[in-house]
Every structure is written in structure tokens, then in C-alpha cells.
Design a protein. Structure first.
Length: 135
């Protein structure tokens, strides 16, 4: 009988993944703000019990809120950044986005006209790819 045991990642590996993730988010945000100067940052690393959203921005001209998931690749991968975001992760992002909107709209009189969008930004080496309306 074969028994597989899942080993915990060493703390040093977790810390390096966290550092890489934060670095990639910084790169992605700087790139986005240069690529589209009309974007305004509303939140970074927005966390609730339901999950986390890496970057939340609004477009000044479109009255739109954009929830952005940043994916980084240290090496070549067979799956795309979009494919790496499974059903459960997308559900978590959407639930967390709903909570953000509830807080954001609290101070506004009428936010029913605001449109929302879910994007993915991939940072791989020196390349940044922005997938708009990803899911």
C-alpha cells in the first residue's frame, strides 16, 4: 500500500514566495499606472475572511472598479496565469470583491451605475501581461 504524505514547505520557502509575490505586485502596479494613467489605486492586498485581492483600482473616465489578481512565474510553466486561477480562487475573489463594494458604496449615495471587472496581471521576468476581463 502506497501512502503519500504532504510535507509542509519550509518557512524560508514560504518567505521567499511571499517576497516574490509582493515584489511582483509592486512591479504590476507600477506598470499598470504607467500603461493607463487614468487608474487610481483604491486598495492593495485587501483581505477579508473570504480571501484577498491583490490590487483594486478605479478608472477615472469609465466609472469602473477593477479587481486585479497578480500572478508571477519564476520559471516556465505549462499553464497560463489565467488557468492557474481555479474555480475556488475565482469564487473567493468574487466574494471578497462583493465585501469591498459593500464598504465602498457605504459612503456613496448612488453606486449602482459602477461597473466592475476582474483582471489578471502576469509578471514573468521582465515581461508584464495584462489580461482584462479575465473572468
Amino acid at each position: 500500500m502506497l501512502c503519500l504524505v504532504r510535507m509542509k514547505e519550509p518557512r524560508s520557502l514560504k518567505k521567499s514566495k511571499l517576497k516574490n509575490g509582493l515584489f511582483s505586485e509592486d512591479v504590476a502596479l507600477k506598470w499598470l499606472l504607467v500603461e493607463d494613467p487614468d487608474l487610481v489605486v483604491l486598495a492593495r492586498n485587501y483581505r477579508k475572511k473570504t480571501g484577498e485581492i491583490d490590487i483594486i483600482v478605479t478608472d477615472k473616465n469609465k466609472n469602473e472598479i477593477i479587481f486585479i489578481e497578480v500572478r508571477s512565474r519564476l520559471n516556465c510553466s505549462w499553464i497560463s496565469p489565467l488557468e492557474s486561477i481555479g474555480y475556488k480562487k475565482r469564487l473567493k475573489i468574487k466574494k471578497t470583491a462583493h465585501l469591498f463594494l459593500c464598504e465602498y458604496e457605504e459612503g456613496k449615495k448612488d453606486c449602482s451605475y459602477i461597473s466592475i471587472r476582474f483582471d489578471v496581471v502576469e509578471v514573468s521576468g521582465n515581461e508584464v501581461t495584462w489580461i482584462q476581463d479575465a473572468f
